[in-house]
Design a protein around this ligand. Structure first.
Ligand code: UD1
Length: 346
């Protein structure tokens, strides 16, 4: 039994960093994509990048998910969608501390409005949620498994991911609106190998890899490494950096699991990481090795809210989703640098 609507997928935030890479993977697997994006942290030009890779231009609706009327009108016109991948959210940790209400309004209001409209379709829709390893805080044991306890969020941003997961879980327990897979990302980095799409941070990047590549491009004098007195091998924090293309492919696999009704419950969670932890200094060395340049950096104080070390136990994603990462840290860092050079014209 197949329905035409099974192939049409709504991707919210589809012009963002992870969203745009996922749109490409979806199109390459034969899905028709409709993007909703409010352009608050993205640009329409990303559509050209996607089209250059896949030779298909996804449909695009400029909608703010907080706008109930606009979301409702969208669903009336697209009642044949076969699934939702929900990326649209604010993601700056520091900004979320300054503007908590905007984060709760946008990140949680968006989910609620989507679910209210999905309910009207009267069928159980596959729904993939962008969650984060931030929900684990400093985990008691490494690598981190999906059943590690959720720790109190250290920012309103992190809290929106925790509450977002709870909203989705609660909905799956009472109503047949959506079947959910929450994907808990570790640290996504890199760019598409075509260099048609990549990360486009607005303002000064808070994240490590865009800061490194911007520093090498001359936008900053040096990288400040936030602390070298952590209890790790070289004293700098350890994270699990995953190539955005590997990460994006996992969304397609998760979607297919729901479309094929292979899920073991209506609410599932998977970690998406490589399983390998890398220290900040190791990322700097990866940059220096792959680019052939030395990077100016200094050691600064610790950053409030940073955990010491986080990397994924990938067994559940490997075994149950049948997905695993293929790209190395060097490939990811190299693609990020090539993308930076391209957008800066160097
Ligand atoms: C951060 C968020 C996390 C969020 C993710 C989204 C915090 C505490 N966590 O993850 O909730 O899901 O971004 O992308 O902000 N570093 C430096 N110098 C820099 C920038 C970073 O030394 O200029 C170090 C950090 O201390 C950290 C590592 O690099 O050890 C990675 O930092 P970052 O890229 O910001 O990611 P997370 O903090 O892991």
């Amino acid at each position: 039994m197949s329905h035409s609507y099974l192939k049409k997928i709504l991707v919210t935030g589809g012009l963002g960093f992870i969203g745009s890479h996922t749109v490409v993977e979806l199109q390459q697997q034969g899905f028709e994509v409709i993007i909703i994006d409010d352009l608050s942290n993205s640009s329409k030009e990303v559509l050209n990048g996607i089209t250059a890779i896949t030779q298909q231009t996804p449909a695009f609706a400029e909608i703010d998910l907080k706008d109930k009327q606009a979301v409702s009108a969208f669903f009336s016109n697209h009642s044949d969608i076969g699934g939702i991948i929900h990326f649209a959210a604010y993601k700056a940790v520091g900004e979320s501390v300054e503007k908590p209400l905007q984060y709760y309004d946008n990140n949680l209001g968006g989910i609620v409005n989507l679910l209210l409209e999905a309910e009207k379709l009267n069928r159980s829709l596959p729904f993939i949620f962008s969650s984060s390893c931030t929900v684990y805080g400093q985990a008691d044991a490494l690598p981190i498994t999906e059943d590690a306890p959720i720790k109190k969020a250290n920012s309103p941003y992190g809290n929106t991911k925790q509450i977002g997961e709870e909203i989705l879980f609660d909905v799956t327990q009472s109503k047949d609106i959506v079947n959910v897979i929450s994907l808990r990302y570790f640290n996504p980095i890199g760019a598409h190998p075509s260099l048609e799409i990549g990360e486009l941070p607005i303002g000064k990047p808070q994240n490590l890899v865009p800061f490194i590549t911007q520093t090498a491009a001359g936008l900053h004098d040096k990288l400040t490494i936030f602390g070298d007195d952590y209890p790790t091998t070289d004293g700098t924090c350890v994270r699990d950096y995953i190539h955005v293309v590997d990460l994006s492919k996992a969304h397609v696999v998760a979607l297919q699991r729901l479309l094929n009704q292979k899920q073991t419950s209506n609410y599932e969670v998977f970690n998406l990481g490589t399983g390998t932890g890398s220290s900040v200094l190791e990322v700097v060395q990866s940059f220096e090795r792959t680019s052939g340049r030395s990077l100016a950096y200094e050691i600064g104080p610790r950053r409030t809210g940073d955990v010491i070390a986080a990397y994924a136990d990938t067994s559940k994603a490997n075994n149950e989703l049948g997905w695993k990462t293929e790209k190395t840290l060097d490939e990811a860092v190299d693609s990020a640098w090539k993308w930076e050079q391209k957008i800066r014209g160097i």
